[in-house]
Design a protein around this ligand. Structure first.
Ligand code: FES
Length: 129
């Protein structure tokens, strides 16, 4: 290889790390036991990504990016509400897929913006046996 085509060592390490994370994102990961979500949403960091875990209305675990799409508050600081996740800052509420389902400051006849929280990495939502 031509010496002028080489990346500086630090840049090469960054490129290698980014490539490794891309590969690692293809796998499934166990996070916390489902029982630990009974008290409300919990933060978790996986591969450098901050996520929030919570239980939906049927008791199934769900995972979203831990970042409200309103003002980026941590959703893990909020609470579960009838299987939805409510941001503790202004109360915007999301379903298990991250879709915005309620803005408490709007009247019920006002349309909601088509907003959603990004879904998290591939996380195994099953129960450990
Ligand atoms: S920051 Fe979440 S509702 Fe405003």
């Amino acid at each position: 290889m031509n010496k002028s085509n080489r990346l500086p060592r630090r840049a090469a390490a960054t490129v290698a790390a980014v490539a490794a994370i891309k590969v690692l994102r293809r796998f499934w990961y166990a996070t916390v036991p489902t029982d630990m979500l009974a008290d409300g949403p919990r933060p978790f960091t996986l591969l450098g990504e901050k996520i929030v875990l919570f239980l939906d209305g049927e008791g199934r675990p769900a995972a979203l990016a831990d970042r409200c799409c309103h003002r980026t508050a941590k959703l893990s600081k909020g609470w579960s509400n009838n299987g939805h996740l409510t941001c503790g800052y202004h109360g915007w509420t999301y379903d298990r897929a991250g879709k915005l389902v309620r803005i408490p400051q709007l009247s019920p006849d006002q349309p909601l913006p088509d907003a959603r929280v990004r879904r998290a990495l591939r996380i195994c939502m099953g129960r450990a046996r």
